[in-house]
Design a protein around this ligand. Structure first.
Ligand code: FAD
Length: 526
């Protein structure tokens, strides 16, 4: 098989055009191409108004043509031999009954790997199954009454269920785990273009169905789910895990995967009290910002932006004060969502549906925080810092999402109305003094960075950009250390996913779930 890169076509092209281009590039007849598939598809808008799709494809040629084509094109870096990289899940086939705590992407993929091995995993999830969870969240967004057990952070599917469903990751993937995760998503209901899109995305609507189908398959393979069932204690003997206490009942297992996400603050406290080896880690805080999607798409793609999916962006800068400021979790055609999980504390994030058809683009604009804000010698101090800013955000507008136009944020004035566009939000909102939340240094960092971002995307720093507060759960504020066997200082307990500090995002958490399952399997082989 061959891999052909850098095949460029105008965005209006047809599938036949791509096949013609492949045969032209390889200098073979179309009829000599026995099969082909897209491996990667991205947009090239560097020479606006011209905009192209750029493809990498795999191609199979009849007879011994592949060797001839390679010989003829020795100097062309874009034509190479290719073999498919398949993920090989190690085998165990033992009824080990490992416990998995948390049904987010990390826990679900660890459980799936166990289930595929007939290991009969037992999964505990403090929140509800996804349909009941959806009802609770919609009620919260309409009324402002939060259920601390069932919300945007807690419940089946984990933190990303009510998300943009972006599935891209920067994690290095030599073993094919990324592909396996995406193929699993497709197997359980996601569209197949996520296998080759440069920035794959499915939206919250599709993601919910994928999660349900994955759960049903794990059950079919012998797994057992306990929803509404928080793990509140860990049974430890002689430095080894023996089981957990969940919903007032003891469950025994010497293999426990801890995939609790970054918001399980009570569980972090329990682990700390029990002597688990943990450390505070830097993270980032800021606001969610909204712009009309059209100005973002136009800036990224030029006048033909309407012919393409709504554009995403990524912005970053390092300031002289040593702070990094960057955009995070950008949601094209998305909604700002109230993602709170604790009473009297408020957090926002972003979400979209598969069509990404709201009129606004949103993303978090966040500033790195660490030792200047909290005492890093105390592993739980980052959590206390998060809590303090989430408290302030809650108090600014009596529990409604506080908002401020960027121009008013700069001058320190409470906004009285939106500018040339309105906010699209899931959750109640009001205008409030967001400029009071962070230290002056962080506020100045956001203002300086916005000026710089305005030079990258025209209109990014427009004065009527809408800020919503507060973004505080960008990544885990703690790391639960794991050794070369992927275990914590309590052996048999495997910290996993974003909460343990080893992943960030849906796909990377899922990949870490696989990695940890592989370690459990390897450590239990005789
Ligand atoms: P989580 O998904 O947080 O799952 C942990 C689970 O453990 C939770 O369901 C929790 O209820 C459960 N749990 C915690 N403690 C206990 C306990 N003691 N007992 C039992 N259960 C427990 N990432 C992307 O890649 N793309 C996006 O578009 C995206 N958008 C996002 C939008 C929003 C609104 C949010 C909140 C996050 C978004 N993220 C996105 C981040 C992504 O969701 C996380 O990186 C990912 O979910 C982390 O996976 P995880 O399995 O490690 O943890």
């Amino acid at each position: 098989m061959l891999k052909v890169d850098q095949l460029k076509l105008d965005i209006s092209h047809s599938s036949d055009d791509l096949l013609s281009l492949i045969s032209k590039k390889l200098r073979v007849k179309s009829s000599d191409i026995t099969s082909w598939a897209i491996l990667k598809k991205s947009v090239d808008a560097r020479k606006k108004p011209d905009v192209y799709f750029v493809y990498s494809v795999s191609v199979e040629l009849a007879g011994n043509l592949e060797k001839k084509v390679l010989d003829k094109n020795k100097k062309d870096n874009n034509i190479n031999p290719y073999s498919k990289k398949e993920y090989a899940l190690p085998r165990l086939d033992k009824e080990l009954c490992p416990i998995v705590i948390g049904a987010g992407p990390a826990g679900l993929f660890a459980a799936y790997a166990f289930a595929l091995n007939n290991m009969q995993p037992i999964i505990f999830e403090r929140g509800k199954e996804v349909d009941q969870r959806t009802t609770d969240i919609l009620k919260f967004w309409e009324t402002g009454v939060l259920d601390t057990k069932s919300n945007v952070q807690f419940g089946e599917g984990g933190a990303g269920t009510f998300s943009d469903g972006k599935l891209n990751t920067l994690v290095n993937d030599k073993l094919g785990r990324n592909k396996f995760v995406l193929e699993t998503f497709v197997k359980f209901g996601a569209p197949s273009n996520i296998l080759y899109d440069y920035k794959p995305h499915i939206g919250t609507d599709v993601l919910k169905d994928v999660i349900k189908n994955l759960r049903n398959e794990i059950i079919r393979l012998g797994g057992e789910f306990h929803f509404n069932c928080q793990v509140t204690d860990f049974l430890i003997e002689d430095g080894k895990i023996k089981g957990v206490l969940a919903g007032d009942k003891k469950y025994l297992s010497e293999n426990v995967v801890l995939a609790i996400g970054h918001s399980a603050r009570d569980t972090f406290k329990k682990l700390y009290d029990l002597g688990f080896d943990m450390e505070a880690k830097d993270f980032a805080v800021g606001f969610r910002i909204e712009h009309p999607q059209a100005i973002i798409s136009q800036s990224m793609y030029g006048p033909r932006f309407d012919e393409l999916e709504p554009a995403a962006y990524k912005l970053a800068c390092n300031l002289d004060n040593g702070r990094g400021v960057y955009s995070f979790c950008m949601c094209p055609g998305g909604y700002v969502v109230n993602s709170s999980s604790e009473a009297n504390r408020l957090v926002v994030n972003g979400m979209s549906y598969s069509k990404r058809d709201s009129k606004n683009a949103n993303s978090a604009i966040v500033v790195t925080v660490g030792g200047r804000e909290f005492d890093k010698s105390n592993p739980l101090s980052g959590i206390e810092y998060q809590r303090a800013i989430e408290n302030k955000a809650f108090e600014l507008c009596d529990g409604k999402i506080p908002q401020q136009l960027f121009g008013d944020y700069k001058t320190g004035k409470i906004s009285s109305n939106y500018g040339n566009f309105d906010s699209v939000t899931k959750g109640l909102t009001d205008f409030g003094p967001l400029h009071e939340i962070f230290s002056q240094e962080i506020r100045d960092s956001i203002i300086d960075a916005m000026g710089f971002f305005g030079t990258k995307i025209k209109g990014f720093d427009r004065l009527d950009s809408i800020l919503s507060g507060v973004e505080s759960r960008t990544s885990s504020p703690v790391r639960i250390k794991r050794n070369e066997l992927f275990q914590s200082n309590v052996s048999g307990l495997y910290p996993c996913g974003e909460g343990a500090g080893y992943a960030g995002g849906i796909t990377s958490a899922a990949m870490d779930g696989l990695k940890v399952a592989e370690a459990v399997i390897a450590n239990n082989k005789e």
